[in-house]
Design a protein around this ligand. Sequence first.
Ligand code: NAD
Length: 513
Amino acid sequence: MTNAFAETPPPDARPWAASWLAQGAESYVDGAWHPSTDPTGAGVERRNPATGVPLGRISYACSDDVHTAVAAASTAFSPGSPWRSLSRRERARVLHRIGAIIRDHEVELATLIALENGKLYAEALHDDMPDTADVFDYYAGWTDKLYGDWSPVDTHPGADTEALNIVTRDPVGVCALIVPWNFPLLLAAWKIAPALAMGNTVVVKPSPFTSFSLLRLVDLIDQAGLLPPGVLNVVLGDAETGHALVTHPGVAKVSFTGSTAVGRAILSDVANTNLATVTLELGGKSPNIVFPDVADLEGCIDRSFHLMFSQKGEKCSEPTRFLLHETVHDEFVAGLVQRAEAVTCGDPFHPSSTQGSQCTAAGLTRLLSGIADAHTDGARLVAGGVRDMSGTNADGFFLPPTIFTGVTPEMRLFRDEVFGPVLAVTRFSTEAEAVTLANDTPYGLAAGVYTADSSRARRVANALDAGQVFVNRYGCYDFAAPFGGTKGSGWGREMGRASLDAYTTAKSIWFAG
Ligand code: NAD
């Protein structure tokens, strides 16, 4: 792959992207591009989900290729290797430089994300890109701030000297990082940055639907010569490639973001093979509770609508269940419908589009089936509900904001994650009922509560079973705050200090005599 860009990225990177994508994509192993060694692996063609136009082919890594990648990562992690010999300050500089590269190339990276994912280019550029760069700076700052511990151990009877026990935090080794398609670069960066900051080496498997943006970033890092070979590897492929990676005996840590079903499968696969430590960021069906004393109803509708429907509803922690007090229900729903009707689905690069295309055909099918279930179960459709195939949208996977009211806990839409712009609205009358409804889900990723009563805010926040609870502003995120879910939404946490724990292992060292 070559860098077709001059120093200054063009304002419209699509012509560049078309030729770059047409080269096709290969895995990146041990500091070099690595075509699949599977003789049948001619590659899979990827298409722009908004238009159906071919983007380029990707060559799937077979289990031999995965083995080569893990072996390269193991060698790069071995004692005395260039990576292990790098000082913490130098490691921090490398991470800062990766952040700077992302900023310098945000236009082309955002273009690739919009082309392969179908989200608005503006969302890719303004939502995905800044955090993707900043998370490298955030974890660069941690490289020399991870302290160990000292344990208050007793002297053993009969021993003539005091024992001393100290606990160090060491890198775990080779990390297998599995990434979904909804934030292809950002969620990869959430894993790569802390894993490298703590001194590990990584093998990343992006989603087969959205591999190009990550490969371009790796291409840029490679051209800058920032990392020794084998420190950062990328294997392309689907479930088979992912399975070969997470079960490889050389892998010490698995960090997975994706669906709950695949998360469960990975846990069981890992339990029966390498017993790697596992972090899982999984699905959600998050509630957003609005009490009658909400301070700013219009502002709450605006924020809630945006959090639910931006990025065409393909966000794991979005509030897909609105629990509305009976006294605000009708006004709130009217406000949602008004905003839904103002949305324009269309070309992610066109300035008049306010919603892009769903990323995959399977995702759209799942959404349409969830809509059919909601009709069958007796929910009331008040907005959207029909695929948009108008004009130039005919070959894309467009689904306008879809809102069902009267959704009850018995209905499938109340509990099934459909992962897209389909909202379930439920009416409640008491605080206790709201909490029961909110927690009546197999998931526990996030929850929101809107009320001007601080006692109620505390009571409800304490009672909600979720990894994130947002009071009076759904969807606050910061690298410093832990992110993750309870129940079917995950295992462990990412971000902040949680990722330092996730990518290190404690070693208890005894000094006696
Ligand atoms: P997915 O589970 O189908 O795939 C995720 C990744 O796992 C892909 O790279 C895929 O190729 C790989 N994979 C599939 N089977 C595998 C196996 N057996 N072993 C190893 N890897 C395997 O999810 P998706 O459709 O890409 O993403 C959507 C899902 O991700 C939704 O459920 C969403 O809620 C969830 N998600 C969660 C978070 C979070 O932080 N909690 C964030 C984003 C998305």
